[in-house]
Design a protein around this ligand. Structure first.
Ligand SMILES: C[S@@+](CC[C@H](N)C(=O)[O-])C[C@H]1O[C@@H](n2cnc3c(N)ncnc32)[C@H](O)[C@@H]1O
Length: 295
């Protein structure tokens, strides 16, 4: 039997993905990276430059396992993160399963740069609102070793996944998971609130590629053309921010709609070197100033 290395399997798989009409966007944006994610993720290989992962010769059972996952990716359109049970975000690996969306927010880039120049000082308390599996808040805790982080999430299953990720990084009690409908169960004040809430309208959900159908609808759907939850966050966030606190809010491609709705508000859209859009930053003062327009 011809020998198959990790590298040759990935090259063939990338070709196969190129000829398919798969949808990317759950952590990768091209067939080659998708193939690498599947193979390295499934076999728990090291990305370390010193490791001989590309030259590793695949065993018969590894080949069978990979072929099964490839079939599930192609036939059932299951995103790779759910197939391999892990996802990378802001340079960290997280447990990933259908209890929460697969991490992919451009906010990772802001965490890498410690939110410069948006923050005047390192935050002492951070809120990740609509936390899902907790990737944003946990990455903040790892980036700011002195700060406390609350992960607030409505879905009990997603809270369990977030708790498992907190345990993975041994961050309890510095990082807490709180079951909360937006701010309803929260009592603290935060220097930084980051939220990647659901912002997809009912109409848009129906038109999304099959891959998104494997993710929980609660993580995607927001009424009022996608703006109901983002607007509620804009209305309530000031009450939970410290005097120089900042809200970072992702609304993705609902950016145009929000800009139209809030024409006179300087929404502070952020730019990303590594791709992504639809993330805004507003200070507590700005949120208070424009409060009446968020209704
Ligand atoms: C777009 S996902 C973001 C998950 C994670 N923060 C990330 O960036 O990958 C939105 C999350 O908000 C949660 N959610 C939906 N409605 C909520 C609400 N009213 N209060 C709190 N969380 C909510 C969903 O369960 C889902 O986990």
């Amino acid at each position: 039997m011809a020998t198959v290395t990790v590298q040759s399997y990935i090259d063939k798989l990338a070709d196969c993905f190129r000829q398919s009409d798969l949808c990317y966007g759950h952590g990768t944006d091209n067939p080659f990276d998708e193939a690498v994610y599947l193979v390295y993720g499934a076999l728990a290989l090291s990305f370390d430059a010193d490791a001989n992962s590309p030259g590793h010769m695949l065993t018969g059972s590894e080949l069978c396992r990979l072929d099964e996952l490839v079939e599930a990716r192609l036939e059932q359109r299951i995103p790779v993160g759910y197939l391999v049970g892990k996802a990378w975000f802001a340079g960290h690996q997280f447990l990933c399963d259908p209890r929460a969306l697969i991490p992919r927010s451009p906010i990772a880039e802001l965490i890498d740069s410690k939110f410069q120049p948006l923050l005047k000082r390192a935050p002492t308390r951070v809120l990740d609102l609509c936390a899902g599996g907790g990737c944003i808040g946990i990455s903040c805790a790892l980036r700011f070793p002195g700060c406390h982080v609350d992960l607030a999430e409505l879905c009990a299953d997603a809270c369990e996944l977030a708790a498992a990720n907190v345990a993975l990084y041994k961050l309890s009690p510095r990082v807490s998971v709180l079951r909360s409908d937006l701010f309803s169960a929260l009592t603290e004040t935060y220097d930084l609130i980051i939220s990647n809430p659901p912002y997809v309208s009912r109409q848009e959900i129906a038109a999304l590629p099959e891959e998104y159908g494997h993710e929980p609808e609660l993580g995607l759907l927001s009424e009022d053309g996608g703006l109901a939850l983002p607007l509620q966050i804009l209305r309530e966030a000031a009450d939970f921010l410290s005097a120089d606190g900042v809200l970072i809010l992702e609304v993705g491609y609902s950016r145009a709609q929000l800009s139209t709705r809030l024409k006179t508000v300087p929404l502070g859209w952020l730019e990303f070197a590594r791709g992504g859009e639809g993330v805004l930053a507003l200070t507590r003062n700005q949120l208070q100033q424009y409060d009446r327009l968020f209704n």
